[in-house]
Write a protein that binds this ligand. Sequence first.
Ligand SMILES: Nc1ncnc2c1ncn2[C@@H]1O[C@H](COP(=O)(O)OP(=O)(O)OP(=O)(O)O)[C@@H](O)[C@H]1O
Length: 284
Amino acid sequence: MMGLEVNDISVTYRNGHTALYNASFSLPKGSITALVGINGSGKSTLFKAIMGFVTLAKGSVNILGMPVKKALKSNLVAYVPQSEEIDWNFPILVEDVVMMGRYGHMNMLRIAKPNDHDKVNMALDRVSMGEFKHRQIGELSGGQKKRVFLARALAQESQVILLDEPFTGVDVKTEEQIMALLRELRGEGKVILVSTHNLGSVPEFCDRTVLINRTILDAGLTKDVFTQDNLQKTFGGVLRHFILAGDELHEDDDRRQVTVLSDHERPVVLYGESEQKPVVRERC
Ligand SMILES: Nc1ncnc2c1ncn2[C@@H]1O[C@H](COP(=O)(O)OP(=O)(O)OP(=O)(O)O)[C@@H](O)[C@H]1O
């Protein structure tokens, strides 16, 4: 059984704009997938579709073989929002943010049981934020806030975790901590879908890639999908692109060239003779 299946979906907003059409891909359990596309390409719309927040004009989404509605009732999907979507002035303690992840497990009165408090503490420890639990969320740094929302997803104990731009505005160390945690979650069989502009991190951290521009341009293993051709198709003129040909790099007759592709954050470096496949991938 697939972890997440998106079957030929289209989403048209009320103003008549079709943000996503004929989109299909599927992700197995125990995988980390990068969702890559330019601004406005439909990444958030796709997340909303997976969470049942928008009506599908056609197609369907299945989560662990269940339709979205049933999966949401079973608490199977957690969402880590973009920072801009959150009102950081809202007075709420870190532990209460994480407790929101337990709401779906509680009855209507939302009275937390000892087990819920245990899960919240465990989740905060897992992201190394235990000592901040009585702080106001607004007092934390950008990276710490991200970790708290990740803890909320952990406390929810969902099988599918959607992360909207989790690396924007965090330093490399925090990014690595988040990725280490996501790898652990992959080991536990979760389906992890991460939208990101950090192209340089994709080959290193994500086993799969989904390329999006109002529809799915390609999806599959990163080593097959994350090619220069495909990235150019995805980003078009937005992509900054530098090539240093072999003869500019060294004096021997090694013809390999370095290609650097970047939208606006961390670039990806492709090294090799062929323009098709990244031979060596590095971050810089
Ligand atoms: N509620 C809405 N009503 C009408 N149009 C919308 C709505 N939300 C998004 N759109 C439009 O749908 C398109 C896709 O938007 P979406 O937010 O999914 O893109 P995105 O890939 O997440 O972008 P970004 O990288 O900037 O976050 C955009 O053209 C946007 O203007």
